[in-house]
Design a protein around this ligand. Structure first.
Ligand code: ADP
Length: 498
């Protein structure tokens, strides 16, 4: 199959969170299975030239909406990337960052159109056009309504987080060739709450299949509590909505070969190696145990109030707390800066507000527990990464966390599946109770704790199974389309005969 992903992120060269890792992991496995896969990405100015060295070559210059662009091809992490360099006067992708510009919808709408113009120029049929999140979801309508000469069998839209929908004024939307008079309607792109365009909504309406990144999240987003006002649209298109659990890239996340750790380990050498990895955080009191921490964007979704509370609880219970995370929201960042002041000389608290890949790997390696107290979590990668690194997850049971973490003391679940701790209610009490249970098992039942680690490390969180599911869905969508076309053809034929 010829599979084309269009995405705003691709790890490690352009990653802000889980999306970039998912696009890398999925496309790599699809390619290994013998498909012809390419990923189309903006050529951001911050992509290090060295990361493309030796593989980068110019494909073509082309125009889009009167502006010049260049397509470059490169291989990164064994994947074929098409990097689209814009020369737009607004320097859309020369801002030193992926997101958080005031004109994000305008930037990504332009990229969407450029990506499709590039594909149109190639004149090659595409089996699957796979779109990720709101940034590129207008492509579904563009292909079906405007650029009809693009030969695309099926269009998939994966929703990585329904909270982010991409809202903009109608004029911005019109600039890429979608007439608001026709498209800004309640059935298509009109936001359910205001008189703006909602790009994710239009993607849901126009895509052939909509995939949520975990089975539980696929159900949750149909409800008012988790749907962020798109629940009605999703209910209407429920027939094409499915949940497929994300995997993690097991080449990047492998304690047996992790270049960032400086040491390698497996279950057998875990205890000894974790001690060494803990010494990397030399400001922390090495005698206190256990070590618990979080690696996360600091946004309301991730349970900000609970994180603050967890630091206090950990201190009371005698452990160490590590946090690696930064916030795109100034107010939240200020709040965490105050926390840093509060715990400045406390040898039981490590707070780091940078985005640092290497430190992330070292934290996963050093931790005994990883805490993910999210309000909602579409899939979540950190709990899977933690388990692979021998850290036991403590999570709020929501979305993908419910699908991957099974409480050690939930006797309704077969013991062979239990791999962590979870709490249902989003409250400080529920979390504190869960933390107490976790610390108690760690201290009093060493053998049971090691069993949890063993199960986590032995679990298969790779993309193998999920990529296979995606492939099956691609095939069935294409078959469905072919049989519909066949039916239409025969109907036409019959009416011609009669
Ligand atoms: P989301 O996509 O909502 O941010 P996920 O759990 O799906 O959350 O993915 C988060 C990814 O980003 C993980 O790979 C995690 O290690 C990484 N990450 C988050 N914050 C940081 C940070 N400050 N530094 C390095 N990596 C981070």
């Amino acid at each position: 199959m010829r599979i084309v992903h269009i995405s705003a992120e691709f790890a490690p060269i352009a990653k802000a969170g889980g999306l970039g890792e998912v696009v890398l992991g999925l496309s790599r496995v699809l390619q290994r299975k013998g498909n012809d896969v390419e990923v189309i990405l903006p050529y951001y100015d911050f992509i290090p030239p060295l990361s493309l060295a030796n593989t980068k070559r110019k494909v073509t210059d082309f125009e889009c909406l009167g502006e010049k662009n260049t397509a470059w091809e490169a291989r990164v992490e064994d994947c074929r990337l098409i990097l689209l360099e814009e020369k737009h006067p607004k320097a859309y992708f020369r801002r030193g960052k992926i997101y958080s510009c005031a004109d994000d919808p305008e930037r990504f709408l332009y990229f969407t159109r450029v990506a499709l113009e590039y594909l149109r120029g190639l004149k090659q049929p595409i089996d699957v056009l796979h779109l990720h999140d709101w940034h590129v979801s207008a492509a579904a309508a563009l292909v079906k309504e405007v650029l009809k000469e693009l030969c695309v069998q099926t269009i998939f839209l994966t929703i990585h987080n329904v909270e982010y929908q991409g809202k903009c004024e109608k004029e911005v939307f019109a600039s890429i060739g979608l007439d608001p008079q026709y498209y800004a309607t309640a059935e298509r792109f009109l936001d359910p709450l205001c008189d703006q365009i909602n790009l994710l909504k239009g993607g849901i309406v126009y895509a052939d299949r909509v995939i949520a990144v975990s089975p539980t999240y696929a159900k949750e987003i149909l409800t008012e509590e988790y749907g962020f006002h798109l629940e009605k649209t999703l209910q209407k298109h429920k027939g094409k909505l499915l949940g497929v659990l994300n995997g993690i890239d097991t080449k990047i996340w492998n304690p047996m070969s992790d270049v960032h750790l400086g040491v390698q380990y497996d279950f057998g050498s875990l205890q000894k190696t974790k001690k060494v990895l803990k010494t990397r955080f030399s400001s922390l009191d090495q005698t206190r145990t256990p070590w618990i921490g979080t690696v996360s964007r600091l946004v309301p979704q991730k349970g900000i109030e609970l994180l603050e509370e967890a630091i206090e609880t950990t201190l009371k219970l005698g452990g160490n707390f590590l946090l690696l995370g930064s916030s795109p929201i100034e107010e939240i960042q200020r709040q965490f800066d105050q926390l840093k002041e509060k715990y400045r000389d406390n040898p039981a608290v490590y707070l780091n507000y940078t985005y640092d890949e290497k430190i992330a790997h070292q934290i996963y390696g050093a931790l005994d527990f990883l805490l993910v107290p999210s309000r909602f979590e579409p899939c979540g990668l950190t709990q899977m990464i933690a388990m692979r690194y021998g850290a036991v997850p403590v999570v709020r049971a929501t979305g993908g966390l419910s699908d991957t973490v099974f409480d050690a003391e939930d006797y309704r679940i077969p013991s062979s599946k239990r791999n962590g701790f979870s709490f249902q209610k989003y409250s400080k009490e529920a979390m504190n109770d869960c933390l107490q249970r976790a610390f108690s098992l760690y201290r009093k039942e060493a053998a049971s704790f090691r069993n949890l680690i063993r199960r986590g490390m032995a679990s298969d969180f790779s993309w193998k199974e999920s990529a296979q599911k995606y492939l099956k869905l691609y095939c069935s969508a294409i078959e469905k389309k072919s049989s519909l076309e066949e039916k239409r053809f025969f109907l036409r034929d019959e009416s011609a005969i009669s």
